[in-house]
Design a protein. Sequence first.
Length: 397
Amino acid sequence: MSTLTNKRIILGVSGSIAAYKSPDIVRRLQDLGAEVRVILTTGGREFVSERSLQTVSKNKVHDNLWDSEAELSMGHIELAKWADLIIIAPASANTIAKLCHGKADDLLSTVILAASCSVMVAPSMNQQMYASLAMKDNLQLLQKRGVRIIDPGFGEQACGDIGEGRLAEPSEIARKISEIFQNSLLGGKRVLITIGGTVEAIDPVRFLSNHSSGKMGMALAYASIQAGAETTLVIGSISVDVENRAKTIFVTSANEMHEAVMKNIHDQDLFISCAAVADYRPTKVSPNKIKKNSSQKTIELVANKDILSDVCKLKNKPICIGFAAETENYLNNANQKLKNKNCDAIILNDVSNSKIGLKSDENEVYFITSNGSDKINKNTKQIVAEKIINKIVKEFF
Ligand code: CTP
């Protein structure tokens, strides 16, 4: 797996002669596995064609804050949320000054204001402009705000001057971006996560299932991918969008989920059993709809296999993390599950509380190992997922 596999990068191209190098930057980032979208400023357009950038990036070039059609397909807020990193290369003196002032008068500056991801800036300008006090102050201010600067190189410039201000080489820019992600917590690791509820057929129209939405599992999938892991999802019944950077296997019943997990578990480093798996299924699935006046008034059930327990029994088992969905005797029940299933940790959540329950956007959990329990305070499921991944890495990797 390359360092930028599954990473989403926005390349902002602003008005500098070095903009002609931007298609090369796109290529190099793609070679490292990234998906790249380009935002081209009016100044950038003077030096590189939209068509070249569209062709290499294989995505429509974004350039207009006021284009309602573009905003409908992927607006400035969506773009800001989409990106794992934004790099402006080349960054002109004007673009850098706009960032310092928090201006939002074009698409690039607006996306940067709306983004919470890392931002990098690779300045490119005449050596005298680069040496000016205003530029030095501006770059210092950006650095103070956490923006990473890729220093320009020294040499002959397009205007004939010799000095510092040439855009860093595309290979250097790609390397600096890779370095940011190289410390990924789960870089090079494989993670398999079960998500959602299982559905156990009674007859062709009826089934037994549960209220699982898949929100917590999908948040873990996102966090696992952000941490650099090659992530496989075995997905039951859910009501959330699927994380499309993961390998996905869709199943219906507990039996199918068991089979899919067992088929894919062998080369995994970490198994997170987040699915709400039905413990029982009807002994017989009626081939026809059971009629109201049928003599059958009870449904006989048979136990499903316990997927988590079976993975924990494997000879070369991965690190195994289970969930305990409880409504009473929380810590006792969770500790019992930790022992009975022989897993490495259990995430306990109180599913009787609708504010942090199965369908809610928030959660509050306990991370329980044989060494004790640690509370992860109430927060969005995404933040809780990131904290769970951090704890798993700290504890087991
Ligand atoms: N689990 C599983 N296979 C099952 C049942 C549960 O892999 N057939 C996993 C769940 O994904 C979860 C953990 O086991 O990680 C605990 O699930 P939970 O429903 O809380 O507990 P159960 O084992 O089903 O026990 P109980 O219903 O008695 O609470």
